[in-house]
Design a protein around this ligand. Structure first.
Ligand code: ISE
Length: 335
């Protein structure tokens, strides 16, 4: 029988996931939605013809819910994920796992104590065809050792209340995971430089930022994070290795992209947001997660250690943003 899933948090991302589960993911049945916003919960529940459970904690222990998607704001994740672990239910938790290394560490330890994996973290870029190709290329050794990764991560605009720290915690957290995924190494140091801010950013927001990370073997990574470009969504990664280079995410090079030539010139389209740019990756992520839940393995992708490592690097990044110093990261022992 299908896996009965409740989606906790039905803002933009949660609604997208609810739709995915209700219409696309084979072997899944969307049975309930939950959100602190009662009106929104009822509206989304009515749209999909499922139960509205106003208290997310009640949804977690509900006997008619087998598995959970957590898409509430990051600061709520710790409590909800720990409750799901207590209830013994599989969880796909949107990134970030939590917003501090201490809280993510508690989840790592709670899952280790349980002795089985239940939590997958929603780093969807690992399911994007481009990143998978780049990882396979690095792993093949054909180009020799990686030396640099140059990354650009651009958004059109930011939601209200997006803070300078969130460029790190909410946006660069993806690059942290990508670096770990592509190189198979931990990030050991980070430095954040604050250049001139764009006049398109809300007052007081440090946007863009420039991030430099170092991995265990000394691969150097730079990230331009710029979240108020005003016009579109772009995520690019360029690998420079000893004997070759490769780029992913160029206009026309991603899912659905098209390059045109006509009397008006040469060009292509740029996705407007991450739902468009990574739509196919989310679809694959959800299908593989549901398949894993049905198989009883529960996780097929990044887990709690990946969530913790990313949280630790991002906390160091926030510290560096404040001090301007290079910050060294110590993850401590892995259970
Ligand atoms: C958002 O939360 C995401 O996860 C997007 O992928 C990222 O591009 C954006 O900057 C974040 O705010």
């Amino acid at each position: 029988r299908p896996v009965r899933v409740a989606v906790l948090g039905v803002g933009m991302m949660g609604q997208d996931h609810a739709r995915r589960l209700a219409t696309l993911t084979a072997g899944a049945e969307l049975v309930a939605v939950s959100d602190v916003d009662v009106v929104r919960t009822d509206a989304v529940a009515a749209e999909f013809g499922v139960r509205a459970i106003h208290d997310p904690k009640a949804a977690i222990v509900d006997p008619e819910v087998d598995a959970l998607v957590i898409a509430t704001p990051g600061f709520t994740h710790e409590e909800l994920v720990l409750l799901a672990l207590e209830a013994g239910k599989p969880v796909l938790c949107e990134k970030p796992l939590t917003t501090t290394p201490e809280t993510s560490r508690r989840i790592v330890e709670a899952e280790a104590a349980l002795g089985r994996q239940l939590v997958q973290v929603g780093f969807m870029r690992r399911f994007d065809a481009g990143y998978q190709q780049l990882r396979a290329l690095i792993a093949s050794g054909e180009y020799g050792a990686p030396l640099f990764l140059h990354c650009a991560h651009r958004n059109a605009t930011t939601p209200p209340n997006f803070s300078s720290e969130m460029l790190m915690l909410d946006s660069v957290v993806h690059e942290v995971d990508v670096v770990r995924y592509l190189t198979g190494e931990e990030v050991v140091a980070i430095r954040v430089i604050a250049p001139r801010s764009t006049t398109s950013a809300p007052d007081g927001l440090q946007d863009p930022q420039f991030v430099i990370m170092e991995t265990e073997s000394g691969v150097l990574v730079d990230v331009e994070i710029f979240v108020n470009t005003t016009f579109g969504y772009e995520v690019r990664t360029e690998l420079v290795a000893e004997k070759g280079q490769a780029r992913i995410g160029l206009p026309g090079g991603f899912e659905g992209g098209m390059v045109t030539q006509s009397g008006r010139g040469w060009g292509g389209s740029i996705p407007k947001d991450f739902k468009e740019r990574f739509g196919a990756a989310y679809d694959v992520e959800f299908q593989r997660w549901i398949d894993a839940v049905r198989a009883g393995t529960n996780v097929d992708g990044p887990g709690v250690w990946d969530g913790y490592a990313a949280a630790a690097v991002c906390a160091a990044g926030v510290q560096s943003l404040k001090t301007g110093e290079r910050v060294v990261i110590d993850l401590g022992p892995r259970p």
